[in-house]
Unconditional design. Structure first.
Length: 113
C-alpha cells in the first residue's frame, strides 16, 4: 500500500494550494483519511480528517480556511487550503488506517509573508 502526496509548493500569504493524496488501493471503505503537518521544531499535528461517510473535522488553526475531501472513484483525498498564512508552513502528510497506519511521503508547503 502506498500513499503519494503532491501539490505542495511556495505561495504568498493569502494564496491557495490544493494537496492531493493518491492511494494505491481502493479507499471506498477506509474510515480514516487524514492530513497532518509538521513544522520545523514542532510536533506533528492533525490538520483535517474525513470519514468514509464524508464527515469532516479540522484542527482549530485551519477551520474555515481548509477543506478536506475524498474522491473514492479516484482513490484520492484532497486538502484545499485557502487564505494561507506563514504559520501554515510545514511538511504535510496524508494518512490512512487500513489494518495499520499508512503515511504518505510528505509534501512541503511554504507560505511567504
Amino acid at each position: 500500500v502506498q500513499l503519494q502526496a503532491s501539490g505542495g509548493g511556495l505561495v504568498q500569504a493569502g494564496g491557495s494550494l490544493r494537496l492531493s493524496c493518491a492511494a494505491s488501493v481502493s479507499i471506498f471503505s477506509i474510515m480514516a483519511l487524514r492530513w497532518y503537518r509538521q513544522a520545523p521544531g514542532k510536533q506533528r499535528e492533525l490538520v483535517a480528517a474525513v470519514t468514509s461517510g464524508g464527515a469532516t473535522n479540522y484542527g482549530d488553526s485551519v477551520k474555515g480556511r481548509f477543506t478536506i475531501s475524498r474522491d473514492n472513484a479516484k482513490n484520492t483525498a484532497y486538502l484545499q487550503m485557502n487564505s494561507l498564512k506563514p504559520e501554515d508552513t510545514a511538511v504535510y502528510y496524508c494518512y490512512m488506517y487500513w489494518g495499520r497506519d499508512y503515511w504518505g511521503q510528505g509534501t512541503q508547503v511554504t507560505v511567504s509573508s
